[in-house]
Design a protein around this ligand. Structure first.
Ligand code: HEC
Ligand code: HEC
Length: 359
């Protein structure tokens, strides 16, 4: 049994990191969001290699439900080795940007990209339509959307992606040991709060205080859902770089599959202001979306390129951050932290409680 060692200010900052889970919000841009039949079809399709042209890859090849909806390799392996790590696809409902570089502003577009990407599943809309209409999924598809053969190939592609989105929306991580602590603080139940280890509490203090982690990893998702340079080298190899948000905006601004486009089912175009107002600037270069930290203990390796093998390595990265390597403008937030070994292990202990489900 530990004491609660947080100050009143730290307690109120801690309350801002919950409650969890958030209220589910239906995605108005996806007319099958929340539909049981679409969720079931999306779940079934997610593990079926029929979504790749040569039937070699399923969504689950890179987002394995048994491994936290990612796979433990640095860079994803499609038809070739990709530039980036596969993110987990949990807790995505209600986000504004998707992908490390934010190339999509909605979940169905983020689910559509891999199906047609040449390095990933390499379907054309036409080959997907042919494969689906000959498959065991045709009946379920037609029960939701009507006869496949009377739809344009592009409509079939978008509808398929919308079922995958409906499924992924319901993937939400369970409340953790951290949430039990946070809720006990809210109820002023210091006996229950005292069950949270002192090491994790000290780590939380660093997270809120001198680590300044909460600056970007904020709110119940532990992400401000914006783009930053966290000091990870952006070289892919000796000759090429991952431009992050800069390249993501190129794709986003050219995409027909945004909240502003004709494929959105929301007549009011709610949320479309974001894509209509983003502008590419030099400061976007080499920035990546702040990932959520919920469930992160189960999804090594870390960062957009999977270059850090475990949470201790991530904390050491921030502790010794190389400011010479920072390339985006205006990232004056990160500074070397000079944490002791004991503080490093406290911060890791705290991060682990964001994945630990109480029994
Ligand atoms: C070859 C591996 C691979 C396959 C197959 C794959 N993905 Fe991904 N997925 C990735 C990578 C890598 C990213 C990061 C892409 C980026 O940053 O733009 C990603 C990103 C995503 C995202 C955005 C997640 C976020 O945090 O913003 C979603 C959603 C997603 N994939 C869903 C799917 C679905 C649905 C399928 C099947 C149709 C699929 N993926 C197939 C590797 C893969
Ligand atoms: C300036 C904003 C910012 C601050 C401050 C910050 N982070 Fe991050 N964090 C990011 C971004 C952006 C990434 C992804 C970077 C990349 O892939 O290039 C990231 C990645 C991570 C990851 C890897 C998650 C994954 O799934 O790959 C962890 C863990 C993490 N940060 C923890 C922390 C901790 C602990 C602190 C405080 C010591 C901290 N962050 C401070 C923005 C920030």
């Amino acid at each position: 049994m530990a004491d609660v060692i947080l100050s009143p200010v730290e307690i109120s900052q801690t309350l801002s990191l919950g409650p969890w889970p958030p209220e589910p919000e239906p995605d108005k841009s996806n007319r099958v969001s929340g539909s049981r039949a679409a969720i079931a079809l999306g779940e079934d399709l997610f593990t079926d290699p029929i979504l790749s042209k040569d039937a070699s890859l399923a969504c689950s090849s890179c987002h394995d439900p048994a491994q936290g909806f990612t796979v433990p390799v640095s860079r994803a392996v499609g038809r070739e080795i990709l530039d980036r790590n596969s993110p987990s696809v949990v807790n995505l409902g209600g986000l504004r940007w998707f992908g490390w570089g934010g190339k999509s502003d909605n979940l169905w577009a983020a689910s559509l990209h891999p199906i047609v990407a040449e390095q990933e599943m390499a379907h054309s809309a036409q080959s997907l339509q042919t494969a689906l209409s000959a498959s065991r999924h045709a009946v379920a598809y037609e029960a939701i959307f009507g006869p496949i053969d009377q739809q344009s190939p592009e409509a079939v592609l978008v509808n398929t992606a919308k079922t995958l989105a409906a499924y992924q929306e319901v993937l939400v991580t369970l409340p953790t040991t951290f949430d039990t602590f946070r809720d006990a603080l809210e109820q002023r139940d210091h006996v229950a709060a005292g069950r949270y280890s002192e090491s994790a509490q000290r780590g939380l203090q660093i997270f809120l205080g001198k680590g300044n982690c909460i600056m970007c990893h904020s709110g119940p998702r532990f992400s401000n859902n914006e783009f930053h340079d966290a000091g990870v080298p952006y070289f892919i190899d000796e000759t090429s770089v991952d431009t992050g948000r800069f390249g993501g905006l190129n794709i986003l601004l050219a995409s027909p599959y945004t909240l502003a486009g004709a494929w959105s089912d929301d007549e009011t175009k709610h949320g479309a202001w974001a894509v209509q107002n983003v502008r590419q600037t030099h400061a976007n270069f080499g920035t990546f979306r702040t990932p959520s930290l919920r469930g992160a203990a189960d999804t090594a390796p870390y960062m957009h390129d999977g270059s850090l093998p475990d949470l201790t390595a991530v904390v050491r990265h921030y502790n010794e951050i190389n400011l010479e390597r920072m390339h985006a403008d205006g990232e004056a937030i990160l500074q070397p932290l000079n944490l002791s070994e004991a503080e490093i292990s406290d911060l890791v202990a705290f991060l682990e409680t964001l994945s630990e489900v109480p029994n």
